[in-house]
Ligand binder design. Sequence first.
Ligand code: FAD
Ligand code: FES
Length: 289
Amino acid sequence: MKVPLSKSERQLLCEVVENVDLAPETPGHFRLTVDAPYIAENAAPGQFIHILPSSESDLLRRPISIMGIDSDSGIVTVLYRVIGEGTRLISQAEAGDKLDIIGPLGNGFPIITDKPAVLFGGGVGIPPLAFLLKKLVDSGKGVSVRIILGAREPELIICLEDFSKIGLKPDIYVESGLAEAKKLFGDKALSVHEGLITCAFDELSDSETKSGAVVYACGPIPMLKAVAYKSLNLGLDCYVSLENKLACGLGACLGCSIPVKNDDGDIHYERVCREGPVFNASRVAFDKM
Ligand SMILES: Cc1cc2nc3c(=O)[nH]c(=O)nc-3n(C[C@H](O)[C@H](O)[C@H](O)COP(=O)(O)OP(=O)(O)OC[C@H]3O[C@@H](n4cnc5c(N)ncnc54)[C@H](O)[C@@H]3O)c2cc1C
Ligand code: FES
């Protein structure tokens, strides 16, 4: 089925500039850069690109968040974890190959510059926060930003170099492997802890909670649910970026719909690929997902 693209989206054949295997530091992860001037010019943090893994297989496109853009050179960067056939095929693309990509897709994060920002990232939800951080810092409004990263184990913590290039060190939470995490990240992190990422709420400063910081979160659903719950209980605005499985990615199949609350508390459904992937957490009916 051929789905019409919206005005802002393009289907493009993009040349691969690099597709770097990040092992041994972060095994199973690749950083892909493509020459995609249209996307670099038009993308916003939280949006994603939809990559056809191979023209020779019948696999559907795979959504990957945009991690960085360089609008001067037209380069777009993403970071992905190989988990199945689609990402395995994408990992085989070499410099000079062409990838069939649609983008930029989705709505993106609101950029709020008059309040402190607290960014929560888990696993492959971390890369889009590098783009968001850059946008907040580049706004020139002096937004105070704090980054909190979490993962089951230290090797799933990614993008530290990208945050340090922008001049910020994250607080890191790992569920196991504290000693290894301290060894690996000691000088690149503000602090390293063992526990769930939501433990960070106990460490938020009065200025962050009392001045109504904005929480931005991207990661697995259980993490987003917990971050949303804690944020809303503190009266903080919270925006979550959902990484559900997508099919068409273009709003046509409704396969990515999630339950969202109306103002009167009734539930309706919205599409992660169109109305999302970023939602105001207070609207998402996490208990119905
Ligand atoms: C908006 C959006 C942005 C994303 N951004 C990134 C990113 O920046 N980096 C990155 O590495 N990944 C990202 N993902 C997830 C990525 O799209 C999937 O990992 C990928 O599509 C898996 O394809 P596959 O063929 O390799 O695995 P499949 O063979 O499709 O799946 C392998 C296994 O993983 C499970 N699975 C597949 N997709 C998901 C998913 N989205 N969530 C949970 N479980 C899943 C399957 O059920 C299956 O068990 C994003 C997803 C969305 C919706
Ligand atoms: S994936 Fe088809 S509507 Fe979202």
